[in-house]
Write a protein that binds this ligand. Structure first.
Ligand code: ADP
Ligand code: DP6
Length: 402
C-alpha cells in the first residue's frame, strides 16, 4: 500500500472563551462528560480572549506531546486522551468511508504518526475565565484540521471539558443535555449569531488571576453527591429557564436577559453553598460588585447591567453599548485602580462619561482601592460557527521532530 502523505502537517487555530448565562453544574456521566442540565452561553470575541493552538504531525515524532503556555504538560490526562482517541477514530472512519475498516488494517501514515501540540491562552489559565473551554475547543479543532475531519465536533470537545462544546460556535450557544447514555445527543448548537444583538457588551472584572482553589470538575462532583438544591435546580428550574433565556435573546430583551442571568448565577452559587462541605467561589469583592450593580440598576429604575460569576470571584458584567462608559466610570470610582504595572482598562475602547452628583451619592459607596486588577471590555464573537482564524499567528515551534 502506498504511503499516504498527511494533508497538512502543521496547523494553527484559535478558539474563543464562552461565559454561561444558564450555568452547567453537575455530571450524570463523568467519563463522557454528560451534564445533569442543559446550559446556554455567550461566546466572547477572540480579539480580547483566546486560545491559540498549533498542532503538528510527523513520522519523526516518538510520542504525542502537549505544551501549555510554554511548558510541557501531562499528555496522559484522561480527557486529553479521550479527545485524541476520538479525533483519530473519526479520521479513521472518514478514510474508511463507512467506518467499517477492520481493526487489523494498518492505519494510514498520518494516523499512525504522533502529534505535538502547543497551546497558549492570552489570559489567566485555571482562574475561572474558562481556559478549559477555549483550550479544549481549540485542541479539538486543530486536530480536526490536521486529520481532515469535518462535521459535528462539539461532542468531542465536550469530552475535554463540558463547557468546551459551547466554544465551538460563535454568538449565543445552547448545550442540550441529551438523554442517551452514549452522549450522541449531548451537543452544542447556535441559538443566535452575534449579528443578532450587536449592541451587547461584556465587561470582565478581574478580581483574581490566581488558580481557583476548588476546580469545577471536583466542585460539581461534590455538589451532585450532596446538594438537594442542585437536584431541584436541574430538574425543575433549568428547563424552564433555558426556554426563557432563548426567548429573551431572540427578542433582544436586555432587562429580561440580564435579570435571568443574575438569578441563574446566584442560584449556581447557592448550590455551591448547599454543597457539603460548602464551596465558596465568590469573595468579598464579588459581593461588593453584586451590590454595586443592584444600586446602579435601582438608581436608573431599570436593569441596565447584569452580572454572572463562574467558579471564581471574577465578575462578568453584561450591558448595552450606551451604558458602558458610565458603568466603567462607576467601577473606577468604587474600586479605584492601584498601579500594578498595566492599564486598568483593556480591550475595546470606552467613551468617557461624567457622573451626576445624584448618581455618585446613590451608587458609589465606600470606595475600595486596588481590589480589581483590571477591566476587560469585549463583545460577542462574530462570524460563522468554527474556531479557526485564517490569520492566526503561529506559535513558536516547540516541537521540532525528535
Ligand atoms: P478554567 O476556569 O480556566 O477553565 P479549569 O481548572 O476548569 O479552569 O481548567 C483548567 C485546565 O484546563 C488546565 O489545567 C488544563 O488542563 C486545561 N487547559 C486550559 N487551557 C488549555 C489549553 N490552552 N490547551 C489545553 N488544555 C488547556
Ligand atoms: C461554572 O466545563 O470547566 O463555568 O466539564 O468538569 O471540565 P468540566 O467543567 P467545566 O465547568 C464549567 C462550570 C461553569 C458553568 C458553565 O460554564 O456552564
Amino acid at each position: 500500500m502506498a504511503e499516504e502523505k498527511p494533508p497538512l502537517t502543521v496547523v494553527t487555530c484559535t478558539a474563543p472563551v464562552n461565559i454561561a448565562v444558564i450555568k452547567y453544574w453537575g455530571k450524570r456521566d463523568e467519563d463522557l462528560i454528560l451534564p445533569i442540565n442543559s446550559s446556554l452561553s455567550v461566546t466572547l470575541h477572540q480579539d480580547q480572549l483566546k486560545t491559540t493552538t498549533t498542532a503538528a504531525i510527523s513520522r519523526d515524532f516518538k510520542e504525542d506531546r502537549l505544551w501549555l503556555n510554554g511548558k510541557e504538560d501531562d499528555i496522559g490526562h484522561p480527557r486529553l486522551q479521550s479527545c485524541l482517541r476520538e479525533m483519530r477514530r473519526l479520521a479513521r472512519k472518514r478514510r474508511g468511508g463507512n467506518g467499517s475498516s477492520s481493526s487489523s488494517d494498518p492505519p494510514p501514515l498520518s494516523l499512525a504518526c504522533k502529534v505535538h501540540m502547543a497551546s497558549e491562552n492570552n489570559f489567566p489559565t485555571a482562574a475561572g475565565l474558562a481556559s478549559s473551554a477555549a483550550g479544549y475547543a481549540c485542541l479539538v479543532y486543530a486536530l480536526a484540521k490536521l486529520y481532515g475531519v469535518e462535521g459535528e465536533l462539539s461532542e468531542v470537545a465536550r469530552q475535554g471539558s463540558g463547557s468546551a462544546c459551547r466554544s465551538m460556535f460563535g454568538g449565543f450557544v445552547q448545550w442540550t443535555m441529551g438523554e442517551r447514555d452514549d452522549g450522541k445527543d449531548s451537543v452544542a448548537q447556535q441559538v443566535a449569531p452575534e449579528t443578532h444583538w450587536p449592541e451587547l457588551r461584556v465587561l470582565i472584572l478581574v478580581v483574581s488571576a490566581e488558580k481557583k482553589p476548588v476546580g469545577s470538575t471536583a466542585g460539581m462532583q461534590t455538589s451532585v453527591e450532596t446538594s438537594r438544591l442542585l437536584k431541584h435546580r436541574a430538574e425543575a428550574v433549568v428547563p424552564e429557564r433555558m426556554a426563557q433565556m432563548a426567548r429573551h435573546i431572540q427578542r433582544c430583551d436586555f432587562e429580561a436577559f440580564a435579570e435571568l442571568t443574575m438569578k441563574d448565577s446566584n442560584q449556581f452559587h447557592a448550590t455551591c453553598l448547599d454543597t457539603f462541605p460548602p464551596i465558596f467561589y465568590l469573595n468579598d469583592v464579588s459581593k461588593q460588585v453584586i451590590s454595586l450593580v443592584h444600586r446602579f440598576n435601582a438608581h436608573h429604575g431599570k436593569t441596565k447591567v447584569g452580572y454572572t460569576f463562574d467558579a471564581g470571584p471574577n465578575a462578568v458584567l453584561f450591558a448595552l453599548e450606551d451604558t458602558v462608559g458610565e458603568l466603567v466610570e462607576v467601577i473606577k470610582r468604587s474600586f479605584p485602580p492601584e498601579d500594578n504595572g498595566g492599564p486598568f482598562l483593556k480591550g475595546l475602547p470606552v467613551q468617557g462619561a461624567s457622573l451626576s452628583d445624584e448618581l455618585l451619592t446613590a451608587v458609589v459607596r465606600d470606595p475600595v482601592p486596588g481590589v480589581i486588577q483590571y477591566l476587560l471590555h469585549t463583545k460577542v464573537r462574530p462570524g460563522a460557527p468554527g474556531v479557526t482564524d485564517d490569520n492566526a499567528e503561529s506559535l513558536p515551534l516547540l516541537f521540532t521532530p525528535g
